[in-house]
Ligand binder design. Structure first.
Ligand SMILES: Cc1cc2nc3c(=O)[nH]c(=O)nc-3n(C[C@H](O)[C@H](O)[C@H](O)COP(=O)(O)OP(=O)(O)OC[C@H]3O[C@@H](n4cnc5c(N)ncnc54)[C@H](O)[C@@H]3O)c2cc1C
Ligand SMILES: *[C@@H]1O[C@H](CO)[C@@H](O)[C@H](O)[C@H]1NC(C)=O
Ligand SMILES: *[C@@H]1O[C@H](CO)[C@@H](O)[C@H](O)[C@H]1NC(C)=O
Ligand SMILES: *[C@@H]1O[C@H](CO)[C@@H](O)[C@H](O)[C@H]1NC(C)=O
Ligand SMILES: *[C@@H]1O[C@H](CO)[C@@H](O)[C@H](O)[C@H]1NC(C)=O
Ligand SMILES: *[C@@H]1O[C@H](CO)[C@@H](O)[C@H](O)[C@H]1NC(C)=O
Length: 393
């Protein structure tokens, strides 16, 4: 018997190279018969900036105290995956840390709080609570070394045969008609006539993982998207190996997130509809003051041995100060298929939306990507009539 001729792979364009786009692109590329190209304005190896939120995440996995069923599922599904990746001796263990984590809450959490499933979960005794806190717990947490983890996702995607192109997409129709080719250097110097019309390769589907960019991306223009600005200070303090998250007063949250590298993320602010792109001096100062109050261990051990530490003792340890815009969406994450008609041949092309992860893109990344892949495969299956599809719970 002859082997079946190999199918021509389906061409998929993923817009966006943040944690959501990379994870989605990895899952699709690693399946048989797909060829994925990422088109993104900012890439994971670029200097950190305001148009790429993933560099600014803590990042930690915590179950939120919420009623949104889709989010609960996305958090749970992703937790199992990240927990597996962070197993001692797993090849990916190096991107994670499993610190002891303590949280103090100023409001009671729900009865069905998923956080109770965290390994080694124990409620805090009332005499161990911070003043005014009503509840608290300790458990084994999970933190992600965001920079290295993003590079890992990018390498895994490229090694599986994926491609990446830098480009700013003004309207989704650009890629629906021309695929990624419009953004390659060959295209720039060639005309359709000289190339006999061969320069563009229309994709079979497009996946939108443009985070906050989905607010202005032409054809998507999702007015439910808005930023929640978050400022942090990263210090090098490898002697801190535990995680503390103290909800002081809404919407301020003080957290201490240790990374495998020995860096500690001290945060942070939550500022709705605030687009200011660089750190504010006053906020950085407040973050360090609150951080030190919650965690005096931030100061070097030799200082603490002789006196009470002050913010001045922490300043020399600063590695980075920055801020990111959490891609928040009224109504929650958008996971659904929308059909666009391609102008050149009138073909209906499925566009899978996977954006709007707010402050939780890392901890919802894998399950969101799995949902997006399911939607993609449904939309591309020959029996599926073009219609709106939504994420399944
Ligand atoms: C201070 C802070 C702390 C956080 N802590 C955590 C945490 O502990 N845990 C957690 O899970 N999450 C955390 N987050 C949230 C997390 O960072 C985001 O949810 C996540 O990074 C969103 O990823 P994304 O891929 O959707 O967007 P992004 O990382 O912003 O990526 C968007 C991509 O789309 C591209 N793009 C957008 N528009 C266009 C366009 N028109 N054309 C071409 N390309 C385009 C961009 O260039 C970029 O590549 C935190 C965020 C902040 C700011
Ligand atoms: C995948 O797409 C890239 C460009 O986006 C192209 O160069 C490559 O030849 C394609 N691979 C296959 C197997 O079709
Ligand atoms: C943190 O460090 C302390 C002291 O070195 C050690 O006893 C403890 O086991 C460490 N905890 C974790 C979770 O690594
Ligand atoms: C797409 O290609 C056209 C023609 O080469 C070029 O003028 C245009 O700038 C390209 N668009 C982008 C966003 O690069
Ligand atoms: C135009 O495209 C062809 C085919 O990809 C390539 O060989 C040629 O070098 C391109 N021309 C320029 C000026 O880049
Ligand atoms: C801290 O805890 C609050 C309340 O549980 C939660 O909303 C927030 O996401 C947590 N943040 C971090 C960084 O752990």
């Amino acid at each position: 018997m002859f082997a079946e001729p190999r199918e021509k792979p389906k061409e998929i364009v993923v817009l966006g190279a943040g944690v959501v786009g990379l994870t989605t692109a990895v899952l699709i590329q690693e399946k048989a018969n797909y060829n994925v190209t990422i088109v993104a304005d900012v890439l994971p190896t670029d200097p950190h900036n305001i148009r790429y939120t993933s560099h600014w995440a803590g990042a930690i996995h915590v179950f939120n105290d919420i009623t949104n069923q889709l989010h609960r599922e996305l958090e749970r599904g992703t937790f199992y995956k990240l927990w597996e990746m962070s197993e001692p001796d797993a090849p990916t263990e190096q991107y994670f840390l499993r610190p002891d984590q303590t949280e103090h809450w100023y409001e009671k959490r729900r009865e069905d709080d998923q956080l109770r499933n965290m390994p080694n979960y124990k409620p805090l005794a009332s005499d161990a609570l911070y003043p005014k806190a009503v509840e608290g717990a300790t458990f084994t947490g999970l933190t992600i070394d965001t920079e290295r983890y993003l590079h890992y996702l990018q390498s895994r995607f490229l090694a599986a045969g994926g491609s990446m192109v830098r480009g700013f997409v003004q309207h989704i129709n650009e890629v629906i008609e021309g695929g990624a080719s419009n953004f390659s250097s060959v295209r720039a110097a060639n005309t359709t006539l000289a190339m006999g019309g061969k320069v563009t390769s229309p994709p079979d589907a497009v996946i939108v993982c443009t985070g906050l960019g989905s607010r202005s991306l032409g054809g998507v223009e999702d007015s439910n998207m808005y930023p929640i600005r978050g400022q942090t200070v990263v210090v090098r303090a490898p002697w801190v190996n535990f995680s503390r998250n103290v909800t002081r007063y809404e919407p301020e949250i003080t957290y201490i997130i240790p990374r495998r590298s020995g860096d500690i993320v001290v945060g942070g602010s939550r500022e709705d509809n605030d687009w200011y792109p660089v750190p504010r001096f006053k906020t950085s100062r407040e973050i360090l003051e609150l951080g030190l109050a919650v965690c005096p261990e931030l100061a070097p051990p030799e200082v603490r041995a002789v006196r009470e530490p002050t913010v001045e003792d922490v300043l020399p340890l600063i590695v980075e100060e920055g801020c990111g815009l959490r891609p928040e969406r009224k109504g929650g994450v958008r996971l659904e298929v929308e059909w666009f008609t391609r102008r050149s041949d009138n073909v209906k092309v499925p566009v899978v939306h996977n954006y709007g992860h707010g402050g939780y893109g890392f901890m919802m990344s894998w399950a969101s990507a799995e949902n997006a892949v399911r939607l993609l495969e449904g939309a591309l299956s020959p029996t599926e009539a073009p219609k709106m599809l939504k994420a399944k719970l």
